[in-house]
Design a protein around this ligand. Structure first.
Ligand code: 13P
Length: 211
């Protein structure tokens, strides 16, 4: 995707997330890889009202080249690009239900999102919970590097989800899928939903690949 298209798509998809309530206020940040670096939403910007010309641009060494001051969560974005070469975009939200799960002590830190439906298995994969650190703490980058590129998405404790994919629209769709599955899990909390079996999950990985 060339830089002009990447800017246009970043604005369009961010606005779409905002308009449908996946992000409120100035919460959340999104980045997309381009040929000579990456584009990322400016710090304190609202995903609903981005200006394509003011999106922050960083070069491949992480130096700020143009646009407004980049998101304070740049460390977590960079850690995903560095450890997962297949990453084309990173979406961080404070979406309600995924964030709710990130606050529950009973959430399994190795596997926050059990395989309830095929699409969360196909688009998101296994999601670990990373311990709480303050927004913008560089330690978040170190925690993501420790995963060694094995996970496409994480939940940040008491904070929210981070979802990656090979391109921007896939990362946005995966973030939506994660949020909707988290909503189902919260809705079904007092029940005991049937999960996909290991054989069913293996079949999804075999047919659609692993996130
Ligand atoms: P930024 O405004 O710096 O992108 O931070 C918002 C956010 O979501 C913090 O986690």
């Amino acid at each position: 995707m060339n830089e002009t298209t990447a800017r246009t798509e970043l604005v369009r998809l961010s606005r779409s997330l905002y308009e449908r309530g996946y992000s409120v206020g100035s919460a959340g940040n999104i980045s997309v890889a381009i040929a000579d670096g990456l584009l990322i939403t400016p710090t304190n910007s609202c995903l609903g009202f981005l200006d394509p010309a003011r999106i922050a641009k960083l070069d491949r060494q992480g130096r700020h080249i143009s646009g407004d001051v980049p998101s304070k969560e740049i460390f977590l974005h960079q850690a995903f690009y560095e450890t997962r070469p297949q990453t084309g975009a990173v979406v961080h939200l404070h979406s309600t239900y995924a964030t709710a799960l990130s606050c529950l002590p009973e959430t399994d830190p190795q596997d926050c999102i059990p395989p309830l439906t095929p699409y969360v298995v196909m688009r998101v994969g296994k999601v670990p919970l990373l311990p709480y650190v303050r927004p913008g703490d560089p330690a978040m980058g170190a925690m993501i590097r420790e995963l060694g590129g094995a996970r496409a998405a994480v939940l940040l404790a008491n904070h929210g989800p981070v979802v990656t994919a090979a391109d921007l629209s896939s990362a946005v769709y995966a973030a939506e899928e994660l949020e909707e599955t988290a909503k189902l899990l919260v809705l079904l909390h007092a029940r005991q939903p049937r999960l996909l079996t290991t054989a069913q999950v293996d079949e999804l990985h075999a047919v659609f690949g692993k996130s």
